[in-house]
Design a protein around this ligand. Structure first.
Ligand SMILES: [Zn+2]
Length: 354
């Protein structure tokens, strides 16, 4: 039986579709992913990514959500590399296509897993967040036409910086998951500002209970003001300065990572973290930006002996995936103290650049 079912994007109010509107369809399909040894860190990350319709569309179909010129370019890269044994995109495409095929059986991820055997040895435990970022970097490298490094300074403002970044970063990962930080260094002597821009694909959230008093949204909107030293071009030489970091480009899909692994003590921070399933932030242009949770990766156990599962919203229902099995869960079970990585989608009516 084919479980796939297409629904148009949910909107709160009926909207007229213009010819240029992109209709993103939602494919609802649940399958477990088999685990031979310690692959739960990969399986949980995949179940979260398979909730992202554009990501699935990109690999299953032919990039219907971007314009034809860009589509040709990206497909060219996919085709060109598809004969290579080391092409991650083509193996990923095989895996995702099979996941959404007619079968309902749990799926093997062997071909794709093999590509990572060297970096993530199959007989050891690994970090799901580290894997996700590694996967993103590989897919960006395979799809972006040049390996040009983004120059972080010398931009007039956030919008200029983001446009410069976008020119060389057209990959599906960049389009969906990448945002941008602005860090302002202000000289304490003359108040001259220096701005630096950096892209990000996840936002770290501190996990100690004392940090939680600041509130969940504070972590996302801007960092705490820090004091350091800068080389001021007005005062000449080293001066005391303040450093303030904030997001100037919110990604369509925002990934938050609770910093549960404390490398200084080599232990896991088990403090229960409170988070919102929906929240609204102030954008740089003072427009509100709303995000809704659609998936989370959970970690149970300790640093040396743990297990990853994921919670995913498919259609209007929530499911918990545990390697080869999955089950329907209630809305009240979505917020769990084991949450490690949270995946949010921006409200489509408020999508904005910088
Ligand atoms: Zn100065």
């Amino acid at each position: 039986m084919i479980l796939s079912q297409k629904e148009s994007e949910n909107t709160t109010e009926p909207q007229e579709e213009s010819k240029t509107d992109i209709i993103i369809t939602e494919i609802i399909k649940n399958r477990g992913i088999l685990n031979s040894h310690y692959d739960c860190f990969i399986n949980s990350a995949f179940q979260a990514l398979l909730c992202v319709n554009e990501f699935v569309d990109y690999y299953c179909e032919n990039n219907t959500f971007i314009d034809s010129d860009e589509s040709t370019t990206i497909n060219h890269y996919l085709t060109q590399d598809s004969h290579s044994e080391k092409c991650y995109s083509s193996k990923l495409k095989e895996f995702i296509t099979e996941y959404f095929s007619d079968s309902e059986c749990p799926i093997w991820n062997k071909k794709f897993r093999t590509l990572f055997d060297e970096k993530y040895h199959p007989s050891q435990q690994h970090d799901a967040s580290d894997f996700l970022m590694c996967l993103f970097e590989i897919l960006q490298n395979e799809h972006n036409p040049t390996s040009t490094t983004f120059i972080s300074s010398g931009h007039e403002n956030g919008q200029d910086a983001w446009q410069a970044y976008e020119r060389d970063h057209i990959s599906i990962v960049d389009q969906l998951f990448v945002g941008m930080y602005e860090t302002v260094f202000t000289c304490c002597e003359c108040e001259k500002e220096a701005k630096v821009y950096e892209e990000f694909n996840s936002v770290p959230i501190e996990c100690h209970l004392k940090d939680q008093n600041k509130g969940f949204k504070t972590f996302i909107e801007s960092s705490e003001k820090q004091y350091s030293q800068m080389n001021c071009e007005v005062c000449y030489g080293q001066q005391n300065c303040t450093i303030q970091k904030k997001i100037i480009k919110y990604p369509k899909y925002l990934i938050l990572v609770f910093q549960r692994f404390d490398s200084s003590t080599n232990s896991k921070i088990t403090d229960p973290m409170d988070f919102h399933t929906n929240f609204t932030l102030q954008s740089p242009k003072n427009n509100p930006i709303s995000y809704s949770l659609f998936s989370s990766i959970l970690h149970s156990g300790s640093l040396t002996s743990g297990h990853y599962t994921s919670i995913c919203k498919r259609g209007s229902n929530w499911f918990e995936f545990n390697d080869c099995s999955f089950k329907l869960i209630s809305n009240s079970e979505v917020k769990t103290p084991n949450a490690y990585i949270l995946f949010y989608k921006q409200d489509p009516s408020e999508l904005q650049i910088a």
